[in-house]
Design a protein around this ligand. Structure first.
Ligand code: SAH
Length: 220
């Protein structure tokens, strides 16, 4: 069962989490405000409410995880979102990253390849309360050509390479944040499309994500 109440106790825990993220180097006030606002315990079974605000990743079933708050904050900060940006997310997972972006007032298009996670998220009332979040069942390597181009693309699974189709779906001036495989972990990269066909690459810290896999999975 998902919890559906947000108490002062939870808000207090979120304040502490935000302070912890600041000491770890997150400075973007809009990102920190969104993390302060989104009840992360809604994304976990009520049995795990007491640890929902630890700065840790957590299993959510189907072999997937809800990303660590620091990782969510780090990627979101690198995206440099402006209100009303069109943002494509690959790997909806728990929906937490989508909610943080939604809370920041961008238009979120989030794709998940696992049918069961997609179906669960479709029924998740807190996520449904965001009119600016749209969920899709599909293969993130394909992106969403019908909704392209996007201002921003965020990949929240370990990418074997930078998917060409996603680069094509970026606007000129657009930014992609993607963890790309390097040895056993991933290097966070930011790709900026400076002109049509011209990309600038920046390298950041190393992280550990679950793999980005080809194709959809219908397993129930
Ligand atoms: N953003 C998530 C983190 C999810 S973990 C959160 O905030 O909780 C990564 C997710 O990416 C998993 O749910 C996995 O099923 C999904 N995924 C992996 N490869 C994918 C692909 N090719 N297309 C879409 N989703 C994918």
């Amino acid at each position: 069962m998902r919890p559906s109440e947000d108490h002062y106790r939870h808000k207090g825990l979120r304040k502490k989490l935000v302070e912890e993220l600041k000491t770890k180097g997150i400075t973007d006030e809009r990102v920190l405000e969104a993390i302060l606002a989104v009840p992360r315990h809604y994304f976990l079974d009520s049995a795990f409410t007491s640890i929902a605000y630890d700065d840790k990743a957590f299993p959510i079933g189907e072999g997937q995880t809800i990303s660590q708050p620091y990782t969510v904050a780090y990627q979101t900060q690198l995206l440099q979102c402006k209100p009303f940006d069109k943002v494509l997310e690959i790997g909806t997972g728990s929906g937490y990253q989508a909610a943080v972006l939604g809370q920041m007032g961008v238009q979120v298009f989030s794709i998940e390849r696992q049918k069961k996670l997609f179906d669960t998220n479709k029924e998740f009332s807190y996520l449904k309360s965001f009119r600016n979040i749209k969920l899709f069942f599909g293969d993130g390597f394909e992106g969403l050509p019908t909704f392209a181009p996007f201002d921003k693309v965020i990949i929240t699974a370990a990418a074997p390479h930078i998917p060409e189709k996603l680069l094509q779906q970026l606007k000129v001036g657009g930014v992609m944040v993607i963890p790309v495989n390097e040895d056993d972990v991933q290097r966070m990269m930011r790709i900026t499309k400076t002109e049509e066909g011209v990309f600038q690459e920046e390298r950041f810290d190393r992280f550990s994500f679950v793999p980005m896999l080809e194709g959809k999975s219908n397993h129930q």
